[in-house]
Design a protein around this ligand. Structure first.
Ligand SMILES: CC(C)=CCC[C@@H](C)[C@H]1CC[C@H]2C3=C(CC[C@]12C)[C@@]1(C)CC[C@H](O)C[C@@H]1CC3
Ligand SMILES: C[S@@+](CC[C@H](N)C(=O)[O-])C[C@H]1O[C@@H](n2cnc3c(N)ncnc32)[C@H](O)[C@@H]1O
Length: 372
């Protein structure tokens, strides 16, 4: 690791301590938000939003690409509590079958990826961009494999370790700090690698796929749910670009790439692409983005009402108003309201992109590293 990388790592770890304190894990969601250090939270929000000035010209994009590591680290420092409060501990979308509840759908989406990757008991598996470990816990239980979660966000790693202990999975799970653009694992380490809605944070897809190729054993499989703009997306159409920008700013993504860029990048680094299928391109009765709409007709079970309320348009307005008030009276840290507004942009862009089929959060690629 270079000196600059070491310094960045130390700075991020120190900042996480200042922001969240030592007691990471016992509090989640809004209660974790309220116990954050107020000055540090303001700094984290500024760090995340400093490159998001509404500009989409090449210079502005380049600044976001150059600062991908700090910008994403700051993004997850400020949104993780909101994600856990509104969504749970798996930070991804999923398809819904009629009658299927939210949690079952999320778990099934994870099982399907594990199945497509061919993960089995005894495998050593890498989860690239592991969040707070929701998918890793589910896939470890489902397959019996040992999983290493890689993440550049210290707060999420601490949470993932806490949950692994809490749910008695510490023997099967390990969580490590690292940048997926520069992995430190030896070559040919893992039997399988998967990534769920994480590699879109890379400044260049070829860069992260090349790292995955390096650490995967020959003959090993990489399976990913990639966030991409579909073939319907036209970068020169201002309406389309506005939707992509909302997704970028609200989700901490330096640049949304198209499905062709992703497929080409996999092939260029040496993978044989066995499957390339957009799981959102279907006639499902219940669309994947439904929790972010206000359309109650899609709620599948009574038990999902509480989740849907938080994620729906009205629920988000309630959260933003409540957080703004708490910020004004000094209970919530400064900048918390700005975070809810950025998340609102995310929700609007994701639903618009989903409805017009310009965007998919579940472009499934299954790729193999050749044996020789
Ligand atoms: C950022 C990437 C690559 C993936 C995350 C996908 C989703 C889990 C998130 C995308 C937008 C998020 C929002 C929320 C939860 C997590 C997402 C759906 C909230 C519902 C959390 C509660 C807030 O009050 C509103 C948020 C809107 C956006
Ligand atoms: C939307 S979350 C998905 C998390 C997890 N896969 C899940 O489904 O719950 C994206 C994850 O990618 C991680 N990430 C983003 N950029 C990264 C980087 N450069 N190196 C390692 N992890 C990164 C974030 O910290 C976050 O945990």
């Amino acid at each position: 690791m270079s000196n600059t990388e070491q310094e960045l790592r130390q700075r991020q770890a120190q900042f996480t301590k200042e922001l969240h304190g030592d007691d990471i894990g016992s509090k989640t969601g809004l209660s974790a938000l309220l116990s954050k250090n107020k000055n540090a939270q303001q700094e984290a929000v500024n760090k995340y939003l400093r490159h998001w000035d509404g500009k989409t010209d090449q210079d502005a994009e380049q600044r976001r690409l150059d600062d991908y590591n700090e910008a994403t680290h700051s993004y997850y420092n400020v949104v993780t509590d909101f994600y856990e409060y509104g969504w749970g501990s798996s930070f991804h979308f999923s398809r819904f079958y009629p009658g299927e509840n939210f949690k079952a759908s999320v778990a099934r989406h994870e099982h399907y990826l594990a199945y497509m990757a061919g993960i089995q008991k005894g495998d050593l598996v890498l989860d690239v961009g592991c969040g707070v470990g929701g998918p890793a816990r589910e896939i470890a239980r489902f397959t019996g494999a040992s999983i290493v979660g890689l993440n550049n966000n210290d707060y999420q790693i601490a949470k993932a370790k806490h949950y692994a202990r809490k749910y008695k999975l510490a023997d099967q799970l390990e969580f490590v700090k690292g940048d997926f653009m520069n992995m430190e694992f030896p070559e040919n380490t893992f039997d399988k690698v998967y990534a769920i809605e994480a590699t879109c944070h890379a400044p260049k897809l070829e860069g992260v796929y090349e790292q995955i190729y390096k650490v995967l054993k020959p003959g090993g499989t990489f399976a990913v749910y990639e966030w991409v703009m579909t073939a319907n997306y036209d970068e020169n159409n201002p309406e389309h670009r506005k939707i992509a920008y909302e997704i970028e700013v609200g989700d901490g993504i330096p640049k949304m790439y198209s499905v062709d860029v992703a497929r080409d990048a996999l092939q260029k680094v040496g993978f044989d692409v066995l499957v390339g299928r957009d799981l959102a391109d279907n006639d499902d009765d219940v669309p994947w983005y439904y929790p972010l709409t206000g359309e109650w007709k899609y709620v599948q079970t009574l038990g999902d009402l509480a989740t849907f309320f938080r994620t729906s348009f009205i629920g988000r307005k309630v959260t933003t108003t409540m957080v703004s008030l708490m910020e004004r009276v000094g209970i919530a840290p400064q900048g918390s309201r700005d975070v809810t507004l950025a998340l609102e942009e995310a929700a609007v862009g994701l639903v618009a992109g989903g409805k017009q089929k310009l965007f998919t959060p579940m472009m499934l690629f299954v790729a193999k590293k050749p044996e020789n």
